[in-house]
Write a new protein. Structure first.
Length: 400
């Protein structure tokens, strides 16, 4: 296997040039409302910390890079490989054609763009959360964003995967931008331009990871339905019929595109096959027979996905063999506490439901713990602004 990140004089010069340029772009995008000396300092740190980890990892081989990095490195070095892999890889490559071109065949430069996309995704997710909170009469200030930046610096898996060639940073970027328009849809009627932008960014999300794109469609429906007051007992029957029609249409669409019959039996077989593929890291549930078993399975898969590698459906020895993912599970658990403790559950109901849907949808298809703590990043992305809001309103910070 080839060297993943070769360094030469040109690569080092480009790396040194691009880093301050990307930081300046980010600071400019903060806008007057968020820009301050503290925010700028924390923004700079949000770039320097993953860059430092990346450089140290190259020098000391602290943690091996995920195998998918080699696929993307090959495409960055030679664009002719962009269509040699899966449809998702090809779509991801086309969407990132500009940063790939600006990398001049050097994967080490593309890492900087990924760190940039990763950091921007938190700026955009904060804006969507602030937009929702302010529409409900809650105060969101610079302090909340500064706390958010501090939380990012301690996100274990984020630190690793931001400084890589993987799809996650691009996915988070398009997902977070899409959420701005989804939140707008929840607050008021959106215009044609906003509708088209939502469709565009959601489509990019769909290309990079189909389940995340489909989840955005569900969130848009939730946003519209909550604004219109459609989720009532009176409308239950109509939604049951509409939901059944939607499921049938979706099954037909999946059959046409992927040539498979999407149902509970398929999901059970899909999980069973992939668990065998991943060995001890794979996890599954026993049976999908009956409503009670199905509900139990969904809950188990939800919490195993959200808190991997904690031993919910996996053995204890697997949990404690993965140090950084274990730290990440503790980090995620702490982030979920504001959802439970906040007194603004009714005010922020849409956001709470959106987080649950994002995690739930992905958890049904995740079959191994290494995939879980990487793929749940968009769920963690949504937890962080709520945690930042909760912490910033605590007595300790208010009196600081």
């Amino acid at each position: 296997m080839f060297e993943l990140f070769e360094t030469d004089f040109v690569g080092i010069v480009l790396f040194g040039m691009y880093l301050p340029i990307l930081v300046i772009i980010h600071i400019f995008l903060l806008g007057k409302n968020l820009r301050s000396q503290t925010t700028i300092l924390l923004t700079i740190l949000s770039y320097l910390v993953p860059v430092s980890f990346f450089v140290l990892n190259l020098m000391l081989k602290l943690k091996p890079f995920a195998p998918d990095n080699y696929i993307y490195a090959e495409i960055i070095r030679d664009w002719s490989y962009y269509d040699k892999y899966s449809l998702g890889v090809m779509g991801y490559s086309i969407i990132n054609w500009i940063p790939i071109s600006l990398s001049f065949g050097k994967p080490i430069i593309f890492v900087l763009f990924n760190i940039h996309f990763y950091n921007l995704s938190f700026l955009f997710i904060f804006r969507s959360f602030r937009y929702l909170a302010q529409s409900k009469g809650l105060e969101i200030e610079k302090r909340e964003y500064q706390v958010l930046l501090c939380l990012i610096l301690f996100y274990p898996v984020g630190l690793i995967h931001a400084a890589s060639l993987l799809r996650e940073p691009s996915l988070l970027l398009f997902f977070s931008i899409s959420l701005i328009y989804v939140v707008k849809l929840n607050i008021s009627k959106i215009n044609t331009v906003d509708t088209l932008l939502l469709a565009l960014f959601a489509f990019c999300t769909l290309i990079i990871r189909p389940i995340s794109g489909f989840t955005l469609l569900c969130l848009a429906f939730l946003a519209y339905g909550m604004r219109k007051g459609l989720f009532t007992v009176f409308n239950f029957l109509k939604f049951a019929v509409a939901g059944a029609i939607f499921v049938l249409l979706f099954q037909e669409l999946v059959l046409i595109i992927y040539n498979l019959e999407f149902n509970i039996d398929w999901l059970s077989k899909f999980r069973e096959d992939h668990v065998l593929e991943y060995g001890v890291e794979g996890y599954d549930v026993k049976s999908w027979d009956g409503l009670l078993f199905s509900i139990k399975n969904i809950l188990l898969l939800f919490f195993q996905y959200l808190l991997s590698p904690l031993p919910i459906l996996v053995e204890n020895h697997i949990t404690f063999s993965k140090f950084i993912p274990f730290l990440d599970s503790i980090y995620v658990f702490l982030l979920t506490l504001p959802m439970i403790l906040t007194k603004h559950k009714k005010t922020l109901l849409f956001w709470l439901l959106a987080v649950i849907i994002v995690v739930l949808m992905a958890s049904l298809f995740e079959t191994n713990i290494s995939g879980a703590f990487r793929h749940r990043m968009n769920g963690v992305l949504m937890l962080i602004p709520m945690a930042a809001f909760f912490i910033s309103k605590s007595k300790i910070l208010r009196n600081a």
